[in-house]
Ligand binder design. Structure first.
Ligand code: GLU
Length: 481
C-alpha cells in the first residue's frame, strides 16, 4: 500500500462528539502531513439510530473547523458514493462470498432463544456472554428450508475458538485477543442491512484505506475486523487507536460532567482555531513546550509516533486560555467582523467600524471571547444606569463633584480631544485641587463606566468622546451628589 488514504467514518446518530472531531482532525493531519487523502464516509447502516440533519451537521462542522475532505459526500471521487446505505449490494455480495467459504453462516435463532441463552450464561457467571453457534450446525437442507419459508435470520461470522488474534497497532504496538473472547458477530442483520463491522471492513478495503485511525473504544472491535480481513484474504490496514478522552477526575468524558458536543463549544463562542489547537493536544504532543498551533503548523508537526497511549484529560481551563491566545492574535479586521456579527444578536447594532475598532484596541488584552468585547464593557454601548456601590463608597468623595466638573470644563475647550489632552486636563485638574491623580481618576471612571475596572481611563474617555464623557459626568454628579 503506497498511497496514504485515511477516513473519518462517523455514524449520523446525532451531535458530533469532541472525540469524533479529534478522530477527524488526527486523520486529516496525518493525511495532509503525508501528502495523502482524507476521506469522509457516512456509516449510516443502522436505520434505528439515524438522526435527521446529522450528516449536514457533520459536514458543516468539518467545514467550520477547516478540515476539508478530499473524497466524500458531495465531493465525489473514484470510490464513491460514501453513504454506506447506498452500498448495500456490495455488502451483500461480499457476505455471500463469506457464506460460500463457510466463514459465515445463517442464524435463525429467535430473540427469545438468545435472551434465554444470555441469561443462562450470566447465571453460570461466564466471563462473557456469547452466541453458542447453534445454527452453525444446521444442515444445508435445513438452512434452505428455513430461507424458503422466509424465516427471519441474520448472518454471523464463524469465529474459530482457540486462536490468538494478533495485530499491530501504531499506538499500542502489539495487540492480542483470544478468539474465545470474540462472539460470532452478526454481519448481516435481519433487515438486510450490514452491521458496522462488515460494512466498515469492506469499505476500508475497497476504498483502499491505508491507516485506520480511530478512538480506543473501537479497539475491542478490531479482532473481529482482523478475522474478517483474513476471511476475505485481504491485506490489513495499519490500525491506530487514539487514547480515551477523560474528565478531570479521569472518568470517561461524558455529557454528565460538561459539554461534549462540538456544537456546544461553537455556540459558546469558542474559536475554531482554539478548539482545533486544544483537540490536537488531547493525546498528541510534539515533544517540546510549544502549545499554540494553527492548522498549518499542526500539519507540519503532527506524527502518529507521538500519539500517547494513556487517556487525555479534557481541561476546560486550557481551552479557555487557548481561546484567549488565538483571539488576541487575530488581526483587528477579523475581530471587527466577528464582533459585528455578535452585535447583531444584541440591541447594540449600528456602531461605526471606527468606534468598534477603538473598543477592540482597548479591550483586546482583557478578553478571552468575542462576546466579552461587549459584556465586559457594556459602557461603550450604553450609558451606565447604576454605579457600582462598593466603588462609590471607596472612590466618590464630597469633592468629587467639583473635581469632575472642572475636568469637564477643561476638556470642553478642545474640539475633539486626543488621549493626551484628556491626560493633560486630568493632571491640571488634580493640581488645581491639590489632590493626587487618583482623586480624579476614580470618580471619573465611575462616572463614565459605572464600574471600577476596565481599560485605561484615557482610553475610555477617548473612545466615548468629549460629548458623551461630559454628559456622563453631569449625570453622575447629579445622581451621586
Ligand atoms: N462508524 C463508526 C463511528 O461512528 C466508525 C468507527 C471507525 O472508525 O471504524 O465512529
Amino acid at each position: 500500500m503506497d498511497e496514504i488514504r485515511v477516513r473519518y467514518a462517523p455514524s449520523p446518530t446525532g451531535y458530533v462528539h469532541i472525540g469524533n472531531l479529534r478522530t477527524a482532525l488526527y486523520n486529516y493531519l496525518f493525511a495532509k502531513s503525508k501528502g495523502g487523502k482524507f476521506i469522509l464516509r457516512i456509516e449510516d447502516t443502522d436505520q434505528t439510530r439515524k438522526v435527521e440533519g446529522a450528516v449536514e451537521n457533520i459536514i458543516s462542522i468539518l467545514k467550520w473547523a477547516g478540515l476539508d475532505y478530499d473524497e466524500g459526500p458531495m465531493k465525489g471521487g473514484s470510490d464513491g458514493p460514501y453513504y454506506q446505505s447506498e452500498r448495500l449490494a456490495i455488502y451483500s455480495e461480499h457476505c455471500g462470498y463469506l457464506l460460500e467459504k463457510k466463514k459465515a453462516y445463517y442464524c435463525f435463532c429467535t430473540a427469545e432463544r438468545l435472551t434465554a441463552l444470555r441469561e443462562e450464561q450470566q447465571k453460570q457467571k461466564l466471563p462473557q456472554t456469547k452466541y453458542d453457534k447453534h445454527c452453525l450446525h444446521l444442515s444445508e437442507d435445513e438452512v434452505k428450508k428455513n430461507l424458503d419459508a422466509g424465516m427471519p435470520h441474520v448472518i454471523r461470522l464463524n469465529v474459530e475458538p482457540g486462536q490468538i488474534i494478533k495485530f499491530r497497532d501504531y499506538v499500542r504496538e502489539d495487540v492480542e485477543f483470544h478468539s474465545d473472547m470474540v462472539d460470532d458477530q452478526i454481519l448481516m442483520k435481519s433487515d438486510g442491512f450490514p452491521t458496522y463491522h462488515l460494512a466498515n471492513v469492506i469499505d476500508d478495503h475497497l476504498m483502499k484505506v491505508s491507516h485506520v485511525i480511530r478512538g480506543e473504544e473501537w479497539l475491542p472491535s478490531t479482532p473481529k475486523h482482523v478475522l474478517l480481513y483474513d476471511a476475505f484474504g485481504w491485506e490489513k490496514p495499519v490500525f491506530a487507536h487514539l487514547p480515551l478522552l477523560l474528565n478531570p477526575d479521569r472518568s470517561k468524558l461524558s455529557k454528565r460532567q460538561g459539554d461534549v458536543a462540538v456544537e456546544d463549544y461553537r455556540k459558546k463562542g469558542y474559536l475554531k482555531e482554539a478548539l482545533i489547537n486544544f483537540i490536537a493536544l488531547l493525546g498528541w504532543t510534539a515533544g517540546d513546550d510549544k502549545e499554540i498551533y494553527n492548522l498549518d503548523e499542526l500539519i507540519k508537526s503532527f506524527s502518529l509516533d507521538r500519539v500517547n497511549k494513556s487517556g487525555a484529560v479534557f481541561d476546560i481551563e486550557k481551552l479557555n486560555w487557548l481561546n484567549a491566545e488565538h483571539l488576541r492574535a487575530k488581526p483587528d479586521e477579523e475581530i471587527l467582523g466577528m464582533l459585528k456579527e455578535e452585535l447583531t444578536e444584541t440591541k447594540y447594532a449600528g456602531f461605526s467600524d471606527d468606534y468598534l475598532l477603538n473598543i477592540i484596541a482597548a479591550m483586546r488584552p482583557r478578553v478571552s471571547f468575542i462576546k466579552e468585547f461587549i459584556t465586559n464593557c457594556l459602557y461603550f454601548y450604553e450609558d451606565p444606569e447604576t454605579y457600582e456601590e462598593a466603588s462609590v463608597k471607596k472612590g466618590w468623595k464630597p469633592q468629587s463633584k467639583d473635581i469632575l466638573m472642572k475636568f469637564a470644563e477643561k476638556i470642553s475647550l478642545f474640539d475633539t480631544p486626543a488621549k493626551e489632552e484628556y491626560e493633560k486636563a486630568l493632571k491640571e485638574t488634580a493640581a488645581e485641587f491639590s489632590v493626587g491623580n487618583g482623586a480624579v481618576i476614580h470618580p471619573l471612571r465611575l462616572a463614565t463606566s459605572g464600574v471600577s475596572g476596565g481599560p485605561g481611563i484615557f482610553d475610555i474617555c477617548f473612545i466615548l468622546g468629549k460629548e458623551k464623557t461630559v454628559e456622563r459626568i453631569k449625570r453622575a454628579v447629579e445622581v451621586l451628589k
